[in-house]
Design a protein around this ligand. Structure first.
Ligand SMILES: [Zn+2]
Length: 301
């Protein structure tokens, strides 16, 4: 089987798995892979990814001009082209709408807490690219900010995007994101998340070499702790922290010190975030804090 035939078959298989796992509904999602240095093999627009056949794929150049195929390339082709432009190491791009991860993307909650070793070693953190209208020039622009430092990200109010050194590598990162989102949701519903220490995150990062994981950027300290409340992560091409340039590292929330921090999230809604770097072991929501104060006042009476 030629390389092209086997890649066509691989795209069909990845599409089938994504649809079977509920990562896409109807005609959602798209997949592409490098076919040599100057061409891409890509899913066509308006087909269900669960029922594709190898002959449906399009071949385009790196500017998005169609070279081969009966159908038009994916409606999100611009996003794929931008990823390949920014990441010469990326050989494949997968985009889907896995429901739990997309729920986080809709809620505006990035998957950036240091809780699972395998997520830290592979993806580091999973940020959220700002909302952009699908299929327009806005989407590649939103993705550009994070793609040099991340192999996976959420797309605000939309879905998720992953890249890999090969097609299955990109697809497995999509599985990891959705799996991580489900575990994070369960932990938060249960009311607590034990966050790994910054020291442990350092040890896990050191394991990347041992596992042969070629991450695009290092993990960096909790930006809020490092730079002060309200600041943004350090960025490439931006002298001052807090600029709108490209993010240069994988910002992970991990507390300083040898122990673990217990994060309580028993209430939902408008509770203000706990102050960063306060040095406490337990974070309380506004409602929990109010209850503690009320108890204290009652005991004084
Ligand atoms: Zn989409």
């Amino acid at each position: 089987m030629s390389l092209e035939s086997s890649l066509r078959a691989d795209i069909v298989e990845v599409g089938r798995r994504m649809y079977a796992r509920g990562y896409t509904a109807s005609n959602d999602g798209n997949i592409s892979v490098r076919l040599g240095e100057a061409r891409l093999l890509m899913t066509p627009k308006s087909v269900c990814k669960g029922f594709m056949t190898p002959d449906m794929m399009c071949i385009t150049d790196l500017e998005g001009r169609k070279l081969e195929g009966d159908r038009d390339p994916s409606s999100e082709m611009l996003m794929h082209l931008e990823v390949y432009r920014q990441r010469p190491d990326a050989r494949a791009v997968v985009h889907a709408h896995p429901p739990t991860a997309t729920g986080f993307a809709v809620a505006g909650i990035p998957l950036d807490r240091a809780v699972l070793a395998e997520v830290l070693t592979t993806l580091g953190s999973i940020p959220i690219a700002e909302y952009a209208t699908p299929s327009t020039e806005e989407l590649p622009e939103a993705v550009r900010k994070y793609i040099k430092a991340h192999d996976g990200m959420l797309l605000a109010n939309h879905g998720a995007l992953t890249v890999g050194a090969d097609l299955f590598g990109a697809y497995y990162k999509m599985e990891t994101i959705e799996h991580f989102a489900r575990i994070s949701l369960v932990a938060r519903l249960l009311g607590r998340e034990h966050v790994l220490s910054r020291e442990e995150v350092g040890r896990l990062q050191a394991l990347r070499g041992a596992y042969g994981i070629a991450a695009p950027a290092p993990i960096c300290a909790d930006a809020a702790d490092a730079l002060g409340p309200g600041r943004r992560p350090p960025a490439i091409g931006s002298a001052a922290p807090g600029g709108t340039g490209e993010v240069a590292c994988q910002v992970v929330q991990a507390p300083e010190g040898g122990g673990r921090r217990l994060v309580l999230e028993l209430t939902h809604g408008a509770a203000p975030p706990a102050p960063a770097g306060a040095g406490g072991e337990i974070r309380l929501t506004y409602r929990e804090l109010s209850a503690l104060i009320e108890d204290a006042i009652r005991s004084l009476r």
